[in-house]
Design a protein around this ligand. Structure first.
Ligand code: NAP
Length: 296
């Protein structure tokens, strides 16, 4: 293990997920330091005592551990690598944890670069959505060295309920890609089932209640189907982010010589949705493609 006790924790990326997750770190009693591209999103945490830093470099210099959950791999690169990034400005022994959904290869690059400077890093993407972040019941998939996972465990336990160490650097991101392969097919199934129920003239709420008690039961069905039926397309999980996730999974599968046609089809359906101007909607907006005046 590279470092000691964690007292001061930095949090970078205070959006739908990070804003909620950082609040749990603060509630768990850590001294919270925050940075975000848009400062306004940090204000509720600052009002409760978090310390704002204008730059990544200033933040990491004040912290024993830093958690990041930004948008895309390009954001992860910007935050971690280069002269102004976390790795170059961290004290030896600092623990860096990326919870963004990103590439396994980037997680490995970060781990190698961090190790050269005596800094520890983990990839720890999450599943459970906005509700899981709010209620601190995320599923957390971790890649990295076992002793660093043990050191990070109290932080993970403040934000999640099911936490698994799955292998070396990149293993967490591989598991998240596997999760998104499932979600991609499930969202298509849910959107098509909702379209069918509506067209059949049945009472959607009653049908959903019984489907949700059978073999098709899942948190995704119970959260997303009612939103599809109500036409509530507000983003809990952005279409743009989900396209990024499917792109990562397709690229990784191709690198392993694996063809995943259901994933390819789901990605093309979400691309259709984006072309219609709905990329900033939530992923449940897939059901828009089944409305009478749109798509098939
Ligand atoms: P989000 O609401 O867009 O939050 C991302 C935050 O990161 C934003 O506040 C953004 O700043 C900030 N950010 C981006 N680049 C930055 C940079 N270079 N420096 C500082 N801050 C930066 O997205 P989210 O829904 O929380 O998702 C975050 C990540 O978790 C994504 O990778 C997503 O795929 C993954 N994820 C999301 C869900 C979900 O249900 N939402 C579930 C599991 C995993 P601004 O405020 O300026 O935009």
């Amino acid at each position: 293990m590279l470092g000691g006790t964690i007292r001061a924790v930095g949090f970078i990326g205070l959006g739908i997920m990070g804003g909620n997750m950082a609040g749990h770190i603060q509630q768990a009693g850590y001294a919270l330091h925050v940075h975000n591209r848009t400062r306004a999103k940090a204000e509720p945490l600052i009002a409760r005592g978090a310390v704002w830093h204008d730059t990544v470099a200033d933040l990491v210099a004040a912290c024993d551990a830093v958690i990041t959950i930004v948008g895309y791999p390009v954001d992860v690169r910007q935050v971690y690598l280069g002269e102004t990034g976390l790795i170059a400005n961290a004290r030896p022994g600092t623990l860096l944890i990326d919870m963004t959904t990103s590439n396994p290869s980037l997680a490995r690059l970060i781990a190698d670069s961090a190790r050269l400077r005596g800094v520890a890093s983990l990839d720890a993407p999450v599943s459970g959505g906005e509700a899981g972040a709010k209620d601190a019941r995320l599923a957390i998939m971790v890649g990295g060295a076992a002793e660093e996972v043990a050191r990070a465990m109290p932080l993970f336990e403040a934000m999640g309920r099911t936490i698994r160490h799955l292998g070396p650097a990149g293993a967490g991101q591989h598991a998240k890609a596997a999760n998104q392969i499932l979600v991609a097919a499930m969202l298509m199934g849910i959107a098509e089932s909702v379209a069918y129920v509506k067209r059949s003239g049945l009472e959607p709420a009653a049908v959903l209640e019984v489907l949700g008690a059978g073999s098709a039961a899942s948190p995704l069905l119970s959260v997303q189907a009612p939103k599809m039926i109500a036409g509530d397309y507000a983003a809990g999980s952005h279409v743009h982010h989900f396209l990024k996730d499917m792109g990562i999974a397709i690229e990784e599968a191709a690198a392993m010589g694996l063809d995943l046609p259901a994933l390819d089809l789901s990605k093309s359906r979400f691309e259709e949705l984006t072309a219609l101007g709905y990329g900033t909607d939530g992923t449940q907006a897939l059901s828009r493609l089944y409305e009478d005046d749109l798509g098939s």
